[in-house]
Design a protein around this ligand. Sequence first.
Ligand code: MG
Length: 335
Amino acid sequence: MILTYQPFELLLKHTFTIAKFSRTSTPIMLLQVEYEGQTGYGEASMVPYMGESFQSATDFLKKVDAARFKYPFDFGAIIAYLDSIAPGNPATKAGIDIALHDLDGKLQQKPCWQLLGSDPAKMPATSFTIGIDKPEVIIQKVKENPDCKIIKVKSGRDSDKELIKTIRSVTDLPLFVDANQGWTDLQQSLDLCHWLHEQGVLLIEQPMLKTDIDSNAWLTERSPIPIIGDEAVQRLPDVEKAKGVYHGINIKLMKSAGMYEAHRMILKARELGLKLMIGCMSETSCATLAGIALAPQCDWADLDGPFLTSNNPYKMPEFRDGKWVLGDNPGLGLS
Ligand code: MG
């Protein structure tokens, strides 16, 4: 098994502002694993607030002994091995896991979604995300929607109601709201939940600080709209902790260290009666396809990476009627 990687700067179409950060590009590590004439492709998207970088990814990857990835793959043992090299580094670990899943599908001549037990008929609509901006730019961004049937709004600053009113002036599509831990006052938050419910908002992501378990749980108990934990939920052990605090969780491959653990998180969440959303970071078609493979096992999808970036090096996956379409090509189906 040969593992290679190269850095890539993924450019965003617009400066992306959420409750606490702004940025114009994202460092990506593109990975390949080669075995028996087949190549598996993976991707690590290292959004700055998660703490990974080209440097940390390179340092980690230098320590990986690819000779330990024996086919047929034991993905549980592979993640345990990667975790034994160093804690953290979830995006870099995801890059390896995604490349190995792509390779696994190609060696078995089956699409990843089939190997993971997904039903293409259950694909949820994906949302199109709009970052915090001036009203005229917000309106412009809504008009750039590539036919998504849900708009996701980044809130968490003082002008949440105005932001929603601006969006409502140009579209009546259902909305997701992502507060990115930006809400603080309990009663104001609950009032806002009721108001957002009347505005056609389907769910609210991470309203309060991820460390403020009591406030998130208080709001979840009273909110008329599902409250979804995102920043609070990264890997498998976090799923259990989300029960009673959130109605559901947002799984992202760059947090979960890849597809294997994301799938286990989905199964665990279902067992606990939690709702499921699958999200993404700024990603190319590669990691997006890995998310798409698991999306039919989730209630909601926010897999819009390729819509928000301008130099995706791969072909756009097929998108129809607001949903990604699972193809029959082996592996991820990347081209
Ligand atoms: Mg979020």
